[in-house]
Design a protein around this ligand. Sequence first.
Ligand code: FES
Ligand SMILES: [Fe+2]
Length: 399
Amino acid sequence: MNEMTRSNSLRDEGTAYGRAKPHSNKLLTEIGPRTPCGELMRRYWHPVAIAEEVTATPRKLRILGEDLVLFRDRKGRPGLLYPRCMHRGTTLYYGKVEDEGIRCCYHGWLFDVEGHCLEQPCEPDGGVHRDKVRQPWYPVEERYGLLFAYMGPPAKRPVLPRYDHLEDLEPGERLIATIGGFGATGDASFDVLPYSWLHMNDNIMDPFHVQVLHSTFSGAQFAPDFRLMPKVDFFYTESGVCYTAVRELEDGQEVDRISSWLMPNIMSVPSIHLAPGRSRGISWVVPVDDDKYYQVMIAKASQDGGRFELKINGTTWGEKSEEERQRFPSDFEAQVGQGPISLHSEEHLATSDRGIAMQRRMLEQQIAIVAQGGDPLGVAFDEDKATVAVRSGNFYRRI
Ligand code: FES
Ligand SMILES: [Fe+2]
């Protein structure tokens, strides 16, 4: 190699040319029916709607790569059915809700909330074989002002969890449920976020982005003390991962911020204003498709507390110009910036990503357990074991 060639080869090292074809971690990002992660997800209850918004007008719902129709019959029972009528396939979205269920618009077959066919009005004697057919359905239960669906194998249906920090409402407190894309934007600009659920899921165990993205890069978007670099540790819990992030404050105290991730898509983040005490909420990152999700949050609020809407750098996400989003990016920009589904083969996980590695490892282990016929962490089949302990909070102490 002559001098000229050698110096060219050194100078050209690391250019973008000829890099390996990138790919995503399909094991963790594909959530449709019959995918390994989809099977794991289907072993848990997922929130699908704010309970009071589900009425006798059928609603379309897409979740875990499946289209469904959600309604409440006139006796008040919520129903979640496969939308294609089992007779000749028109959608029950155009059905009419009655006391006992939903009646298909085309030939009037009537289905109850568990898919039983109650009437076939065009058939002799109202359909003598109607009990031989069943419209595919999923169980729905109501808690904390939300409707939850279970989309997994019937024999593996767990009890619907309770969360201990939501069970001790003070007088005058109530729970407020919000559904949509607010987790990344802080407002209601999106019903559904246009990228993989895993981006938001990773974000939960990422205490360092709080110091950079939300504090020093984009200005103080949350508590001013987040500018202090924390001492961080990560630890496994019974069914998830927590981080502890300790900051020494100028007033001689330290604050230990403990944040939780629970299998498979649940987070409890403490107050972003570093208000002292236990976390006052919990959220789910619910996959819609491989490249879309919605988020559901329940938070404790005082009696006159309103819906969640976050102002960052003085404005809501929806009020910001493109230039402001470039100058003061927040979670949405960082996460949508990873693409519709991040290219995991191009990642370089570092020390600060240990919590994310722990989360992903737990997901992969639990996917394998489900594939082998076992039960994943965080499901309980006994009502006495339904309550989950949530550790999250901002805990202050004197140094
Ligand atoms: S297509 Fe629904 S009743 Fe015929
Ligand atoms: Fe964030």
